[in-house]
Design a protein around this ligand. Structure first.
Ligand code: KIV
Ligand code: ZN
Length: 387
């Protein structure tokens, strides 16, 4: 495969469904999965089959009905979970097991009550069981970013020897900073036996708002798979949003010279679908997919965008499938945008009349947060001579 091609692993249906309050029906998961294929993701993590009969059914149905991407199921490092993933993925066009175990001392001691050596034995045992049951195996070291680095490389080496071809480095608690995370990826590349034939994956949570920056830094350091969700859904502050990673790569290709196979024009509609089905609204100021991502309110910005959108937009709304740039009329709007808006509403006046209407509009805008088309039309009708 092309050395610079980034694999997109979407976990909206697994980590994204771990967003508090989100519970998707099987049919809704299938609809989202079909849209993820259209978007161009490579791997769909369809769920965690051992978590509940509903999750098992969803993974099985997606494996049967959704073609065009690798379908993946999550399992803890135990035989029962892995068997459930194998059963659920039996009819997949291409199947992937995603097996994880925590490796940081805090997780080993307080959650798993295991020693480091016992965790390594567990990885050997379960991967021996998994061998031959899937087209691909991915191994994740949960809380990798807070794991002792030499131990992490040892665990990854054992996982590779056991058949894993993708090694995922989750920043489970969103604790990393970009430089630090990139250093860890480089360390893993240099110190893990067998890593030259494997893909390094990253899975960044957004607890410090650094998920996208950490993901991009990891790619620069050699990671080639990104685990992400639509709209940045996920546990706590969420996972990195696919739209942010992809548009960062596309917009700053000079810095991130990677190849992606994502149809960016589908971002807006996929975002809306996921928001509608999960019931989780996208904040209006969210990058790329927020309702205000291409809206301009101040007069200075509006004037610039009307003359040349490049003055205040670093990507086009069309490139992410959004409506064309919105000029929002409010108290910061300038005469230029107001006059332009009058024309779009069908009113053509001389400059003197426009100036008069603009003064009245400013007075109105001081009283109202946002001035809608109906307000402008009413203002015009009240102030023109009707013979
Ligand atoms: O955040 C995390 O560590 C996870 C793992 C299961 C990969 O979601
Ligand atoms: Zn996660």
């Amino acid at each position: 495969m092309d050395q610079n091609r980034i694999i997109f692993f979407d976990t909206t249906l697994r980590d994204g469904e771990q967003t508090p309050g989100v519970a998707l029906q099987v049919s809704e998961k299938v609809e989202i999965a079909q849209n993820l294929v259209r978007l161009g993701v490579d791997v769909i993590e369809a769920g965690f089959p051992a978590a509940s009969p509903g999750d098992f059914k969803a993974v099985q149905t997606i494996a049967r009905e959704v073609k065009g991407a690798t379908i993946c199921g999550l399992a803890r490092a135990n035989i029962n979970d892995i068997q459930k993933v194998a059963d659920a993925l039996a009819d997949a066009e291409r199947s992937r097991l995603h097996c994880f175990i925590a490796t940081s001392d805090i997780h080993l001691e307080y959650k798993l009550k295991m020693t480091r050596a016992e965790a390594i034995e567990k990885v050997k045992e379960v991967l021996a069981f998994a061998k031959g049951k899937f087209d691909e195996i991915e191994f994740s070291a949960e809380d990798a970013s807070r794991t002792d680095m030499d131990y992490l490389c040892e665990v990854f080496g054992v996982a590779i020897a056991g058949g894993a071809t993708t090694l995922n480095v989750p920043d489970t608690v969103g604790y990393m900073t970009p430089q630090e995370f990139a250093d860890k990826i480089r360390y893993i590349k240099e110190h893990t036996p067998g890593i030259e034939n494997a893909i390094i994956s990253v899975h960044c949570h957004d607890d410090l708002g650094l998920a996208n920056a950490n993901t991009l830094a990891a790619l620069q350091a050699g990671a080639r798979q990104v685990e992400c969700t639509i709209n940045g859904l996920g546990e706590r502050a969420g996972n990195v949003g696919i739209e942010e990673v992809v548009m960062s790569i596309k917009t700053r290709h000079d810095i991130y010279p990677f190849d992606v196979n994502i149809d960016t024009k589908r971002f807006t509609r996929t975002s809306k679908l996921v928001s509608r089905l999960t019931g989780v609204a996208v904040p209006p100021n969210k990058a790329i997919i927020g309702a205000n991502a291409f809206a301009h309110e101040s007069g200075i910005h509006q004037h610039g965008v009307l003359n040349n959108p490049g003055t205040y937009e670093i990507m086009t709304p069309e490139s992410v499938g959004a409506e064309k740039s919105a000029i929002v009329l409010g108290k910061h709007s300038g005469k230029h945008a107001f006059a332009d808006h009058l024309v779009t509403l069908g009113f053509v006046f001389d400059d003197e009349k426009v100036t008069d209407l603009f003064t009245k509009f400013k007075a109105l805008a001081d009283r109202k947060k946002q001035v809608f088309d109906d307000d402008v039309i009413a203002l015009v009708m009240d102030n023109i001579d009707r013979k």
